[in-house]
Structure formats: structure tokens, C-alpha cells
Design a protein around this ligand. Structure first.
Ligand code: DGL
Length: 269
């Protein structure tokens, strides 16, 4: 059995491409439809009500492309808008629980740091999930609101002092806490991995994209829903398609043909 429908993936902007990258690595024959809400990024500083509204619209858009499952490649949506996905007609994957499981399996000293957007940290989802898996864990979560704008601006080099100074300042409490494992609770943050490990030496980073790719691969296999001969990706954004195309080519490390990034009016879906 096979299912040639594409996988739908969405985020507020570029961050979800870190998940796309892992999905493409693990499932190279799957077609992907990606939506980046570049016209309304960032989500993480907005109210829960607004994030839920945006998530519902993003999911509705992906369904118009007949996707076989939806990945919320956004820590913020995954943390606060899970209930919006309860009525979806296709399976839904979020990035919080898989990252927490990977962190609990990875830590040696039982101290896990979590970084994410304001909304993600305020939700307390990661901590709750980690303690559900193992109540002996110690968790410290910190929000890093400047990281998303830095990445969206294309500033993420570990040689950029603006980047490393921001990383130093935001991560100090977690370094002092002594975490040996750090969950990148926002999908934009893996782009800053080099800068983070330069500042926070010896820490193990948990990239939700890797964890979710494993879970999706397993699900497709178990349900006979794999695509054996796809491998195409299409990208949709709500603003600045040219900028997205340039950044996506860098982040995914591949050429993105003209016409592969299209602008859509998400409010009219
Ligand atoms: N990539 C989103 C996340 O994982 C960024 C949220 C935002 O737009 O603030 O949380």
C-alpha cells in the first residue's frame, strides 16, 4: 500500500524548515507542502487566542492541498493550540512531546533546560510533559524572544557577536542551573545551534525536528501510508516569497526553483 498525498508542515515563518530538513533526510520519497506564515511572524509574542486562530487557518490551508497528515512545526502552536487540531480529519503531529521524550532519554544528570518563545515557556507544556515521563527530572525553562527575529533576519552565524551576545544573555540561567541537555523548544532555534554550543559548551541539544521525523516515519510505515516515489516540496508563504526562497535555500542547503515558493492570502482561505 502507498499514499501519495503530501505531508503538510507549517510554522510562523522559516523555523519549520528545520523540521522539513529532518523529514527530507528521513523520508526522501515523501512530497511536502510547507506553509510559513511570514506575514504574521512572530507567533510567540501573541495571545493564546490569536495563536489558535492562526493555527486553525494554517491547518485549513494545508487541508486544501489534500495532505495525509499535518505537522505543527512550531513549538508555540504545539504548546498552546493542540485543541484546535482535535477536529482535523488527518493525523496531527506536534513538536513538544517528542522533544521531551528525547531529552529524558538523553540527560545523564537529570537537569533539562528548555528554551522557547514567550508563549511556549508560559504554557509550561515542556515541563509538564517531562515530569509526566519522569517526576525526578529538574527542568528550567527560559524564553528567548529575540531569537526568532534574529533568524528571520538571517542573522544566525556563530561568528556574529550580536548573535553570541544574545545567546550568552538568554542562556546564562540555564548554564548556571547546570543542565546537560537543552530542548530547542522553538523550531527556529536549531538554526542557532552553532552559536548555542559555542557559548554553552558540552550541552546536548534536542532538535524537535529529528524526534518528529522518527515519529512520522514510524507512523507512515505502520499504517501503510508511505510514498515510494515522491520527493517534491512546494512552499507557500503569506509574505516576502523572494526573501523566504533565499533563506530556505541556505537552511535546506539546496536550490529552490523559481515558482516553488508562492504567496497566498491566508486570511481568504
Ligand atoms: N518556530 C516558532 C516556534 O517554534 C516560532 C514562533 C514565533 O513565530 O514566535 O515557536
Amino acid at each position: 500500500m502507498a499514499d501519495k498525498r503530501p505531508i503538510g508542515i507549517f510554522d510562523s515563518g522559516l523555523g519549520g524548515l528545520t523540521v522539513v530538513k529532518e523529514i527530507k533526510k528521513e523520508l526522501p520519497n515523501e512530497d511536502i507542502v510547507y506553509f510559513g506564515d511570514t506575514g504574521r511572524v512572530p507567533y510567540g509574542t501573541r495571545s493564546v487566542e490569536t495563536i489558535k486562530k492562526y493555527a486553525a487557518e494554517d491547518e485549513k490551508f494545508l487541508l486544501t492541498h489534500d495532505v495525509k497528515l499535518i505537522i505543527a512545526a512550531c513549538g508555540t502552536v504545539s504548546s498552546v493550540a493542540g485543541d484546535v487540531a482535535e477536529t482535523l480529519p488527518v493525523p496531527y503531529f506536534e513538536v513538544v512531546s517528542h522533544a521531551c521524550k528525547a531529552a529524558v532519554e538523553t540527560t545523564k544528570n537529570g537537569k533539562i533546560g528548555v528554551i522557547g518563545t514567550n508563549a511556549t515557556v508560559k504554557s509550561g507544556q515542556h515541563k509538564a510533559e517531562i515530569l509526566k515521563l519522569n517526576p525526578d527530572m529538574q527542568v528550567l525553562s527560559c524564553s528567548c524572544p529575540l531569537f526568532v527575529p534574529l533568524v528571520e533576519e538571517g542573522w544566525y552565524s556563530a561568528d556574529d557577536t550580536v548573535v553570541t551576545e544574545s545567546v550568552k544573555r538568554y542562556l546564562k540561567p540555564i548554564i548556571d542551573f547546570g543542565a546537560d541537555t537543552l530542548i530547542l523548544g522553538c523550531t527556529h532555534y536549531p538554526v542557532l545551534s552553532d552559536a548555542i554550543t559555542k557559548v554553552f559548551k558540552g550541552v546536548t541539544l534536542i532538535n524537535a525536528g529529528t524526534a518528529i521525523a522518527d515519529a512520522v516515519a514510524e507512523y507512515l510505515k505502520q499504517n501503510g501510508m508511505e510514498n515510494k516515489d515522491g520527493g517534491n516540496s512546494s512552499f507557500y508563504v503569506s509574505d516576502k516569497p523572494d526573501f523566504f526562497k533565499t533563506q530556505a535555500a541556505i537552511l535546506l542547503d539546496e536550490d529552490i526553483d523559481d515558482g516553488k515558493v508562492q504567496k497566498v492570502d491566508i486570511s481568504k482561505i
